[in-house]
Design a protein around this ligand. Structure first.
Ligand code: FES
Length: 164
């Protein structure tokens, strides 16, 4: 048997071997694609869980409140959301509207308005702030951050920035 006879006994080499190779490549490509899809399906939720979402709202510089100015009673306070943090809007006994962060400067509890004292009060450790947001008694180490309050028609708009 010479070389030509061996080649003929195993059939033609060119066409069918190339077809087999290209079929194998296609199958490998499809398997690779499937494996990639499985990996993405497994790891994407894990990565989304581990990586915290961007806090776009925390960068908000102003918020229009849903309450109308005339509906905010004298000597009262109410919590609202400023970005993703709580804030407190108060109307002083003399009628001024003021807003502060509602996060206590001691350990981060949410403050509330005490009409009986006309003060902002933290229930966690009995911290007191006056109507300028200044810590006046209890453990809070520093004043509340004050926001700017503007009345625009029947809207109350609270903004970051220097109040005064
Ligand atoms: S957290 Fe407000 S007084 Fe302690």
């Amino acid at each position: 048997m010479d070389g030509e006879e061996v080649r003929q006994a195993h059939g033609p080499r060119d066409g069918s071997q190339r077809d087999g190779a290209s079929r194998r490549e296609v199958v490998n490509w499809i398997l690779g694609l499937g494996a990639g899809g499985v990996a993405a399906a497994v790891f994407y939720p894990i990565v989304r869980y581990i990586v915290p979402p961007e806090e776009a709202q925390s960068a908000a510089n102003s918020v229009a409140l849903s309450v109308k100015p005339e509906d905010v009673k004298s000597n009262s306070g109410q919590i609202f959301k400023f970005g993703n943090k709580p804030a407190i809007l108060i109307r002083t006994p003399t009628g001024d509207l003021r807003a502060f962060t509602a996060v206590c400067t001691h350990l981060g509890c949410i403050v509330e308005y005490r009409a009986d004292l006309s003060q902002i009060w933290c229930p966690c450790h009995n911290g007191h702030y006056n109507l300028q947001g200044i810590n006046v008694s209890g453990p809070p180490p520093k004043p509340l951050t004050e926001y700017v309050v503007n009345v625009q028609g029947d809207r109350i708009v609270v903004s970051r920035g220097q109040a005064g």
